[in-house]
Ligand binder design. Structure first.
Ligand code: M6R
Length: 372
């Protein structure tokens, strides 16, 4: 392995800190400031797709759920996300003029590859309007995924050694956001000025992520409070539902703590019965149009004794300090892009809890990772 984790005690921490640079690389590769255009590799479609199906697993599936939000809300293209491992048993209905996207950071995940192969075969046997148009999003431009799709968009995160996907997740998000903007412009759902504004906001992200990374000591102190916790709930609404799932996955995978990620509203329908003072809640509560409902859900949860850690945005005008025992305060960010910030303290929290528990954070038990 030629990578070293110089200056960092573990690869996971190094890779969390590499996110601003990785996102910057992605942006400078796929955004041409001279022509002011998004330049992704040639698209396997003559016009634009009528529907998008995304196949992925684990953290790549969580990135895809956020992409679904962007593709539907910005480009107005109906989008469905399926786990690679579920697709063969319950394939999506065959739809015409459909773009199928396989997302896998390693390019080697068997569940995702099998689902793509199945789709390729099934669509090739159907009428021409159902024929396959396959796109791959991966961190390994040369991989089994690349051999199976028409076009690959590399995520350019550099080698990720830690088993926990961190910088490959945020760069998948950047690629998906650019794809959604490009399709939105092609379909005239966004005019060019609006696209330029969105790109300008995207360019501010590396510096904002850096500001979150500077709160590492504070996040480590929160990790110290949680080190002996056995169960934990992560709640989010809207676009941050998927970040709740991703945070719970990171916590389970690296700390072996039992964590559940939930859509905050849905959590009220039964799972709230789990709560007591032993079960902390992490509430992803940036200032956006879901915040009022999320805070109402958290008020209810708090009445059952759960300690609450809030992930909030700076100066949002809402007094959340009384509701949350502890707060992690993020720079302000547009709702559409908030997952790229809200995930950062949650990655750090999982990392620090795992280290405090004396676990091998780069190589959790029972999991392997394919490296090129
Ligand atoms: O290489 P892939 O993106 O296809 O991997 C999929 C999952 O196995 C992977 O995301 C897994 O969930 C990670 N270890 C999460 O950190």
């Amino acid at each position: 392995m030629c990578e070293t984790n110089q200056d960092f005690p573990h690869f996971m921490l190094k890779e969390i800190h590499q996110q601003p640079a990785a996102i910057q690389t992605c942006l400078s590769t796929y955004w041409n400031p001279q022509s002011q255009t998004i330049q992704l590799p040639p698209f396997p479609f003559s016009s634009f797709p009528h529907e998008i199906h995304i196949l992925a697993s684990g953290t790549s599936r969580h990135a895809s759920l956020i992409a679904q939000f962007w593709l539907e809300q910005l480009a107005h293209i109906p989008t469905r996300v399926r786990s690679g491992s579920e697709f063969l048993e319950a394939p999506l209905p065959l739809t015409a003029n459909t773009l199928t996207i396989g997302v896998t950071q390693s390019g080697e995940t068997a569940d995702t590859l099998q689902a793509l192969e199945f789709e390729h075969h099934r669509r090739n046997q159907a009428a021409p309007e159902f024929h396959p148009h396959l796109l791959g999003i991966t961190n390994q431009a040369t991989s089994s995924l690349a051999d199976r799709v028409d076009t690959v968009i590399p995520t350019l995160a550099g080698t990720e050694v830690g088993v926990a996907a961190t910088k490959t997740f945020t760069t998948q998000l950047v690629v998906f956001y650019l794809l959604a903007l490009k399709l939105a412009e092609q379909r005239q759902c966004l005019n060019h000025d609006r696209t330029l504004q969105a790109i300008a906001v995207l360019h501010q992200l590396p510096a904002k992520i850096q500001q979150v990374l500077q709160q590492a000591d504070r996040i480590q102190a929160i990790a110290e409070q949680l080190v002996n916790t056995r169960h934990c709930i992560v709640l989010g609404r809207g676009i941050n539902q998927a970040i709740a799932l991703e945070a719970a996955l990171k916590l389970k995978e690296t700390t072996y703590l039992h964590a559940e990620g939930y859509a905050a509203g849905e959590f009220m329908h039964g799972p709230i019965a789990l709560l007591d003072e032993q079960i902390p809640i992490i509430a992803i509560a940036p200032a956006d149009n879901t915040q009022a409902n999320l805070l109402a859900n958290i008020h209810k949860a708090k009445s059952h004794g759960s300690p609450i850690i809030g992930i909030v945005t700076r100066d949002d005008g809402t007094n959340t300090a009384e509701l949350f025992e502890t707060q992690i305060i993020l720079p302000t960010v547009e709702e559409m892009l908030s997952p790229l910030l809200t995930v950062i303290p949650l990655q750090l929290l999982a990392y620090h809890i795992a280290v405090l528990r004396g676990l091998n954070v780069d190589r959790p038990r029972n999991i392997t990772k394919t490296l090129a």
